[in-house]
Design a protein around this ligand. Structure first.
Ligand code: SF4
Length: 271
């Protein structure tokens, strides 16, 4: 049995190593950072297909074959105070993104109807701003969540940026919020390469408040911003540590006007 990559399978083929790691996870075990990095560094197409096959087997085992669909409502667009280099909605860049304030009830309820007609189980309120504090805007957000919940057609989710106080997270939970989207985006090391107006720690703190409130966490990242394979591996372990319930893996869409506009898709740096 493989215990470390320098252990009994040191002379094994990549296929045997991938299989041993897959078997271990299938039976409830874990893999180390060193082992994960071995997987992240695979390049031969035969190895990638072995990896995909195992990923599929693990998904079927742990998550079954049911696909859950969710949709979002852009509840406040553009003019965001943050400087995330991948984002069309940052006020730092000229992108032609629409700009409007927080939405009224009607468009949200219409989105819930449409989602329901299309078999979508959750509608998320997504706002382009730094985050949510106590005050009138929190009251308004909670009203939208309650309205969605009362409609009974979809599950209310949200992605509303940084939360600095436990009270805010508790209010969202009381209003009926079940799941909050808050990506870590990249590794701790790489984070300042794409955002300097808030920190990786700000994002972790937000997730701690939400988890304390009993809200599920949807958190992943973006690949293709110029990070290394080690950064991707570190992000995966951070997501494991926070216990993310859902992990979205986004691929950078290089938006004209943003600093990443010239990134090739899936741009990767050598470590
Ligand atoms: S905080 Fe969100 S909306 Fe604002 S620039 Fe960053 S990613 Fe875009």
């Amino acid at each position: 049995m493989l215990s470390t990559m320098t252990g009994t399978l040191v002379d094994a083929t990549n296929r045997e190593k991938i299989s041993a790691l897959g078997q271990r996870v299938l039976s409830g075990g874990h893999i180390s950072r060193e082992e994960a990095l071995f997987l992240f560094n695979l390049e031969e197409s035969a190895d990638i297909f072995d990896l995909l096959s195992w990923a599929n087997r693990l998904r079927e085992n742990f998550k079954g074959n049911k696909i859950h669909l969710c949709s979002i409502v852009n509840a406040k667009a553009g003019a965001c105070s943050e400087n995330c280099k991948f984002c069309a909605q940052s006020s730092f860049y000229q992108t032609g993104s629409p700009k409007y304030g927080f939405v009224d009830p009607e468009p949200v309820l219409e989105a819930a109807d449409e989602a329901n007609q299309n078999g979508v189980t959750a509608v998320g309120l997504v706002a382009a701003w730094r985050g949510l504090n106590e005050g009138p805007m929190l009251d308004e957000v909670c009203d939208r969540i309650r309205e969605l919940k009362a409609g009974g057609k979809t599950r209310p989710d949200a992605s509303l940026g940084i939360i600095k106080s436990q009270k805010v997270a508790d209010r969202l939970k009381e209003a009926g919020l079940e799941c909050y989207g808050h990506n870590l985006e990249s590794s701790r090391r790489f984070f300042a390469q794409h955002c300097t107006t808030h920190t990786f720690e700000d994002r972790l703190e937000t997730i701690r408040h939400l988890k304390n409130a009993g809200i599920k966490i949807c958190s992943g990242g973006i690949i293709g911003m110029g990070e290394t394979r080690e950064d991707r591996c570190e992000l995966a372990f951070e997501l494991k540590a926070i216990g993310a319930n859902v992990v979205p893996v986004n691929i950078l869409n290089p938006i004209p006007g943003t600093p990443f506009e010239k990134n090739t898709r899936c741009q990767l740096s050598k470590s």
